[in-house]
Write a protein of this length. Structure first.
Length: 429
């Protein structure tokens, strides 16, 4: 039995929290947690979600204590793992991120393009403040970052914090489960040659029990799981590999913009309604298990991925997980200090990215361009430099021109003024 004294969830009032706690309930014969500490700045949500997960662990017969905290140092004190799943500015900020870029003919999305950029600018200063507290109150803890845009936030931590940091996203495990379902095998029989950045990755090859699927099988797989791989067969055949779903914002940008404009609601507005329904459910004192409606929120296999990773770190399993880590020569086409998303060996030593080699020529320019944008985004989030922020948008492949980048940036900064002290401090006038 693996014992963990304390796990802290930053953003504990998130509707994802019951999903995360359910992962420990499902693995209770393998892993026992003394305390799960929930920290959030929204007292009402923290109370609702905290009450829900308390009922879940009690119903499961676990001795795990669920404590809620309004004080961040107290929440972090003595934690062995810190899980970040916060949303600075809440869902209303996401909705603004989605709507403003559309006025300029650019997709608005919470992790990609100008919308993801603004989420990063709001989140980086808060994240680095939390990191300083973790260093002080939970020295030696692992910091597992789910907060989006996960690649950029993880890179900010890797560059500006001494913590042990791993970035996570549920796209890889969703893809693994999709391949397993397609091949009618266990997910443990699947290995993906996954290469790229967070939300900008491709499956170069899929192996089932050590045997690679051929290209036509890869196309058939994508067709059967179009919810994850919404691409035409000809595009997959042209690339020679499967892009993950977020590549649709690049390969079909014009379609995505038109669909977003034609839609009655943004994704953020839909999720806000789903969250409202979930919070009402969580307030029911008779609800003792995560409701099936939670799947509408997204984040499938989120808890499974986190628990598997924690087990690998604590038991020195030295197995492979697709996570976000420091490059350090793994992809020679990118700088060493940046974050990438690739298969990594995970054990008691930490994480070791597997060397994936040079990027295929057909994707190399896009990856290098987006990574240049991400490096500017991290610098802008830390320094509050408008010049660097403008360079970031000007570099991003979805932003069509300097004039659009400049005008859109000013509107986005002003709309987010309350959450951007690094840009609007008294010292900056």
């Amino acid at each position: 039995m693996i014992q963990i004294d304390k796990i802290t969830i930053v953003g504990g009032g998130s509707t994802y929290t019951p999903e995360f706690v359910d992962g420990f309930i499902q693995r209770c014969e393998q892993l026992q947690v003394g305390e799960i500490a929930l920290f959030d700045i929204n007292a009402q949500r923290l109370d609702l979600v905290g009450g829900m997960v308390k009922r879940m662990v009690e119903h499961a017969g676990l001795s795990t204590a669920i404590h809620t905290y309004a004080n961040r140092p107290a929440a972090l004190e003595g934690a062995g793992f810190v899980i970040s799943q916060m949303r600075v500015g809440g869902m209303d900020a996401r909705i603004r991120d989605e709507k403003i870029p559309l006025k300029y003919g650019v997709i608005g999305q919470e992790t990609t393009g100008p919308g993801g950029f603004m989420k990063a600018l709001r989140t980086i200063p808060v994240t680095l403040g939390i990191a300083r507290d973790v260093e002080k109150y939970a020295p030696g803890a692992w910091y597992l970052n789910f907060t989006n845009p996960s690649g950029i936030i993880t890179e900010a931590l890797l560059k500006h914090s001494p913590l042990k940091v791993i970035g996570l996203c549920n796209n890889p495990i969703n893809a693994i489960m999709g391949v397993a379902a397609y091949a009618k095998v266990s997910d443990e029989d699947v290995f993906l040659d996954w290469v790229g950045l967070n939300h900008l990755a491709w499956i170069r090859a899929a192996y089932v029990k050590g045997q690679a699927l051929n290209l036509e099988q890869m196309i058939d797989l994508a067709t059967q799981h179009s919810e994850h791989f919404p691409f035409e067969a000809d595009l997959i055949r042209l690339l020679g590999m499967i892009p993950i779903g977020y590549l649709g914002y690049y390969y079909y940008h014009d379609r995505m913009v038109e669909a977003a404009k034609a839609s009655g609601k943004t994704r953020g507005e839909v999720v806000k309604e789903v969250e409202g329904d979930l919070l009402r459910m969580f307030s029911d004192p008779h609800l003792v298990a995560k409701p099936p409606e939670l799947m509408k929120r997204g984040g499938a296999y989120y808890s499974e991925m986190a628990v598997r990773l924690i087990v690998s770190l604590l038991t020195d399993r030295r197995d492979v997980h697709i996570v976000i880590a420091r490059n350090e020569g793994c992809i020679p086409d990118l700088p060493d200090p940046v974050s990438i998303e690739v298969p990594c060996l995970v054990g008691g030593h930490g994480i070791t990215p597997l060397h994936v080699g040079r990027l295929p020529e057909v994707i190399r320019p896009l990856v290098q361009t987006v990574k240049a944008y991400e490096e500017y985004a991290v610098e802008a989030g830390v320094t509050g430099s408008r010049e660097t922020a403008l360079k970031a948008l000007l570099t991003h492949p979805l932003v069509p021109s300097y004039s659009v980048a400049k005008t859109m940036l000013e509107e986005l900064l002003e709309a987010n003024k309350a959450y951007l002290p690094q840009f609007f401090s008294a010292e900056k006038g």
